[in-house]
Design a binder for this molecule. Sequence first.
Ligand SMILES: [Zn+2]
Length: 455
Amino acid sequence: MHITLKILTSFALTSMVTYSSAATASDPVADATTALNNEIMASSTAYENLRELTSMGHRLSGTANAERAVQWAKTKLEAYGFDNVTLQPVEVPHWERGHHESGYVVSNNQTTNLKLAALGNSSGTSGITAGVIEVKSLSEVTRLGEAVRGKIIFYNRPMDPTLASTFEAYGRAVDQRSSGPRVASGLGAVAVLVRSMTTLDNNDEPHTGMTNFGSSPRIPSAALSTRSANDLSAILRDDPTAQLHLELSANVLAPVISYNVYAEYLGASLPHDYVVVGGHLDSWDLGQGAHDDGAGVVQAIEVVRALKALNLRPKRTVRVVLFMSEENGAAGAREYAKQAGLKNEKHVAALESDEGGFAPIGFSGMFGGMRSRLDLWKTYLEPVGPMTLRDGEGGTDVDPLASLGAICYGLNPDSTHYFDYHHAANDRFEAVNKTDLHRGAAAMAIMTYLFANEY
Ligand SMILES: [Zn+2]
């Protein structure tokens, strides 16, 4: 009995000593960043906010749904008690797909239906029938010259499956969608079809996205599911004279006034220094914009919610910015940066999350010159997991703030499955994992705190 007690006592003493020595060595910054991680992983409201935001359907800029999202965001930021909830007006394009889109190809009296979706800014057609030329690049179309006139151009270069970063694969393929219709239209093509930007190479979901006609006439332009692209390619190989019929109800409407939505957690000693954390409120219209970019929206809100819940007021003001119309030309990002410049607001850093709600693996951004600091900051991210901090672009919505001197950077989640969902009908709430989403928010909260208080 006595011996047992003695052992217990000495054990208790040992653990106390261990505990107290750890406490003595503790770093208040590590305490704060660990607390942020723990608050978010245990009590985040991001996932439930994503459920709410996505329940209203898509949020294509210019549409009534996008305005519902603006009102949702304003109400949400006010309910959390954030400071200075603001709607910042911005003129955005208004394009709608309408309710009818179909296509089929006829060869040797056989009809093959195609799964397709109009690209953003495409014109509509009540019915167009023409021969098809398959190409792999824009330069190939330019070389074809006059042969393009009267034809449907079919861009069919897949995303490179060998690249570990699917964003890099996307970057190397997406000119077909963003500029392919403009180039084909300039040479007299009557329509354009583009192989969907997805790493799934035999899949039924068309993936839409913006196309920009520049000064070329708008022509009907649509993304084909990769399975339909494979089917069409096989048909054209057997029968280059096959005729394709396309119907799209897409419509370009007059621009409308919409809003960026932002709110603040006022800084304790430098309230006029801003540290931005954001995502974009709009989405494409085929799904619910859950990964793109509902995830970024609710993560950015969560950063400020957690700081406030912990009463962890940094010296600089943290501003959560929900940008409008990233998908259709980034008018919201330009307007935000323009107004910040006009008001002479000092933006120290700006973070966006717009690569999906997957497990975070790091951040990339315009970190030049702060390498040694980043090595320290990496240790503060350890509660979330191993993170890479690499140089690169920040992202479409924050990068305009670089001209104001901000360090612009973005969350990098694991990109493996992002393009399974990107701009497609399956980008729905169910596609986002709660733990992954919250880990991303925790990493963002830690970086935001470090820039707001320790930079
Ligand atoms: Zn996005």
